[in-house]
Design a binder for this molecule. Structure first.
Ligand code: 9UX
Length: 72
């Protein structure tokens, strides 16, 4: 069974930022889909919780140079 998460992401100011975060999330093993919205600064993620967790997702966002600001 997959889980969904809505994550607030800080530091994105242009469409290239969005692409960077989205690609980083989509590359992470266990992430089924990742859609990043610039105007509301949210990442909408569907993931397999047996392969990846919110902590790993958080690290990917932070390592890409943006900020994990919490979940909705
Ligand atoms: Mo756009 Mo984002 O020129 O770090 S890539 S601001």
């Amino acid at each position: 069974k997959f889980e969904k998460a809505v994550i607030k992401v800080g530091g994105m100011t242009c469409a290239s930022c969005v692409q960077t975060v989205q690609k980083a999330l989509q590359t992470l093993d266990g992430v089924i889909s990742a859609d990043v919205n610039l105007s509301n600064e949210r990442a909408y993620i569907t993931y397999n919780p047996s392969l990846v967790d919110i902590k790993k997702i958080r690290d990917v966002i932070d390592n890409a140079g943006y900020q994990f600001l919490g979940t909705d």
